[in-house]
Design a protein around this ligand. Structure first.
Ligand code: 4AD
Ligand code: MG
Length: 464
C-alpha cells in the first residue's frame, strides 16, 4: 500500500504541505463537533499522532455508524495543512476502513495501569507507553551494535542450545524431545540419567544457554574482539521485578585485555549507548521523563558526564557493616551481595553507577581469573541506582591448571569442557568480557520499575 509514514510526514511536514498524501494507522481517539470530526491517527512510526480533520458535510466513503471507533485501522487520503492551533493536520478527502474495531476493544480512551496492560501484551503495543518502550529498546539495540561495530568487534552468533552450564548455577532449561513417560525400547525404566539422555535427541543432556560466554571466549581466541547479543535463559525461581526467565544479554569478549581494560570498556560502552538513546529518542525520553520518572533526563545526562564509582568487595562489605541500615541478610566477608546491599551501595552511598571488584572466588563462577591473594577473583559487577546489578564482568582465568583446579573444586565434569579447555592449552592469552542484561538496561534508561514492561512477551516463573 503506497502511503507515507506519519513520522516522515511530521518530520518533513513543510515538504508535504499542500499536496495530496496517503496515511495509514489506527484511531487513538475521535471526537465530533458540529461540522467536523477529529481523529487522532497513530501508525506506530512515532509517538505523535496525526490529526485528521473530517468535514461532515462531505461523503468521505465512511461506512457504518461506528466507523470511527477507537482502535479502527484505516487509510486516509488528504492534504497536509498548517493550523495555528494544532500544528500540521490533514484535511481528509477519502477514508478507507481497513479493519473495524468493536466496542469491546480493551484500550479505550483513558489511562490504563501498566498492571492491566500486562494482561494484554498483544495489544499493549498500541499504547503510547509501549510504543515509547519499544522505540527505546530498538534504539538501545542499535546503539549496542553501533558501539561494537565502530570499535572493531565482530558480531558472532553462538548456539542457543548447549550442553554446558556456563554460570554453573544449575539454572538451565532442558531441551528434549523425549516424551514425559519415556521408557526404554525394551519396555523397562531407565536405570540412570545418562542412559535416559543417551536416547534423547542429541544423545546427551541439552539445555538453553544461560550465557554465550564460553562460546564467545572460544571465538575471541582467534577473532580477537567479539560480541554476542541475543536471548539467554534462566530457570531461576526469582519472582522479582528484575528477573525474567528469557532475557537478552550483550556479551563482548576481548583478547589481550585485563580487568582494568574491560572495566574501562564497559564504562565507555554504557555511556555511549545512553548517549545514543538520548540523541535519537528525544520524544520517547521526554515522555518517560514526564510520566515515568521525574528527572530521568538529568539523571542520565549526569551518568554520561561523570565517572563511575569503584570499590573493592572487601571495602563494600566494610561500608555495609558500618551503615546504619538494617539489612535482612547480615553482611560478612564471603557473603553474596544481595539486592538490598546493592541498593544501599548504588542508591544511597555512591548515588551513581559503581563497579564492585575482586569478589571472593567461592561465590563466583569457575572461569574467573584468580587473584594473587588466593582468595578473590578479578571479577566485577556494575551496580546502578534503582536496579542493582546490570553487568557481570571478569578477566578470565587463562592458566590451564588453575582453571582445571577451579572446575574440579566445583565438581564439574572436565571432559564436557574439552573444547573450552583447549583455548588455554593452545596459545592461551589474557582475555576479559562482560554480560549486560538488555532488559535491565532498559529499566535503567527509561525509569520503568518492572522488567515485564520492557519485554514484548515477558517470560517469568509461573507465567508464559
Ligand atoms: O552476571 P551474569 O550471570 O553474568 C554472566 O552470565 C556472564 N557469563 C557474563 C559474561 O561475562 N559474559 O549475567 C549478566 C547480566 C546481569 O548483570 C544482568 O544484567 C543480566 O545479565 N541478568 C538477568 N536479567 C534479567 N533476568 C535475569 N534472570 C537475569 N540474570 C542475569
Ligand atoms: Mg551476576
Amino acid at each position: 500500500m503506497k502511503h507515507v509514514d506519519i513520522k516522515m510526514l511530521l518530520t518533513d511536514a513543510e515538504r508535504f504541505a499542500g499536496s495530496a498524501v496517503t496515511v495509514c494507522g489506527w484511531i487513538r481517539t475521535a471526537r465530533d463537533s458540529k461540522t467536523v470530526s477529529f481523529v487522532e491517527l497513530n501508525d506506530g512510526t512515532c509517538l505523535s499522532n496525526l490529526q485528521l480533520v473530517l468535514d461532515k458535510s462531505k461523503d468521505l466513503g465512511l461506512g457504518g455508524a461506528n466507523s470511527l471507533a477507537v482502535g479502527t485501522a484505516l487509510m486516509a487520503v488528504g492534504t497536509l495543512v498548517w493550523s495555528a492551533r494544532n500544528g500540521y493536520e490533514m484535511n481528509v478527502e477519502t477514508i478507507t476502513i481497513l479493519g473495524s474495531c468493536p466496542s469491546d476493544f480493551p484500550l479505550q480512551k483513558k489511562r490504563h495501569s501498566v498492571e492491566f496492560l500486562r494482561t494484554i501484551p498483544h495489544l499493549r503495543v498500541r499504547t503510547r507507553y509501549f510504543e515509547a518502550v519499544f522505540a527505546v529498546r530498538d534504539q538501545l539495540s542499535y546503539a549496542i551494535h553501533d558501539y561494537f561495530h565502530k570499535h572493531g568487534y565482530k558480531y558472532v552468533h553462538t548456539p542457543i542450545i548447549t550442553g554446558s552450564d556456563c554460570e554453573g548455577a544449575g539454572e538451565m532449561f532442558r531441551v528434549t524431545t523425549q516424551p514425559w513417560d519415556a521408557g526404554r525400547k525394551d519396555g523397562g525404566a531407565y536405570p540412570d540419567a545418562d542412559s535416559y539422555f543417551a536416547d534423547d535427541f542429541f544423545g546427551k543432556k541439552a539445555g538453553l544457554t544461560v550465557s554465550c560466554q564460553l562460546e564467545g571466549e572460544m571465538a575471541a581466541m582467534g577473532l580477537g574482539k567479539i560480541y554476542t547479543f541475543g536471548p539467554t535463559f534462566r530457570a531461576e525461581h526469582s519472582n522479582t521485578t528484575r528477573h525474567a526467565a528469557e532475557f537478552w544479554q550483550v556479551e563482548p569478549e576481548v583478547c589481550f585485555a585485563e580487568i582494568d581494560d574491560i572495566i574501562e570498556i564497559a564504562e565507555n560502552f554504557i555511556k555511549s549507548i545512553i548517549t545514543g538513546v538520548l540523541t535519537n529518542c528525544k520524544e520517547e525520553m521526554a515522555f518517560f521523563d514526564q510520566w515515568v520518572e521525574a528527572g530521568l533526563l538529568n539523571r542520565l545526562n549526569h551518568v554520561v558526564n561523570s565517572e563511575f564509582g569503584r570499590v573493592t568487595y572487601t571495602e563494600a562489605v566494610e561500608l555495609l557493616k558500618k551503615s546504619e541500615h538494617e539489612f535482612k541478610y547480615p553482611v560478612e566477608w564471603g557473603c553474596d551481595i544481595q539486592t538490598e546491599h546493592e541498593k544501599y551501595l548504588a542508591d544511597e552511598y555512591f548515588k551513581k553507577p559503581v563497579f564492585v571488584v575482586d569478589y571472593p572466588a567461592e561465590i563466583k563462577a569457575f572461569y574467573m581469573k584468580q587473584n594473587a591473594d588466593g582468595k578473590t577473583v578479578a571479577a566485577t559487577d556494575l551496580l546502578v541506582p534503582g536496579i542493582g546489578e546490570i553487568i557481570g564482568c571478569s578477566e578470565r582465568e587463562n592458566d590451564l591448571e588453575k582453571l582445571k583446579q577451579a572446575m574440579r573444586k566445583r565438581g564439574m565434569a572436565l571432559e564436557e569442557y574439552e573444547e573450552y579447555l583447549d583455548t588455554r592449552k593452545f596459545g592461551s592469552a589474557p582475555h576479559s568480557g562482560f554480560g549486560l542484561g538488555l532488559d535491565r538496561m532498559m529499566m535503567y534508561v527509561t525509569g520503568i520499575s518492572n522488567i515485564r514492561d520492557t519485554l514484548l512477551f515477558p517470560r517469568t516463573v509461573g507465567s508464559l
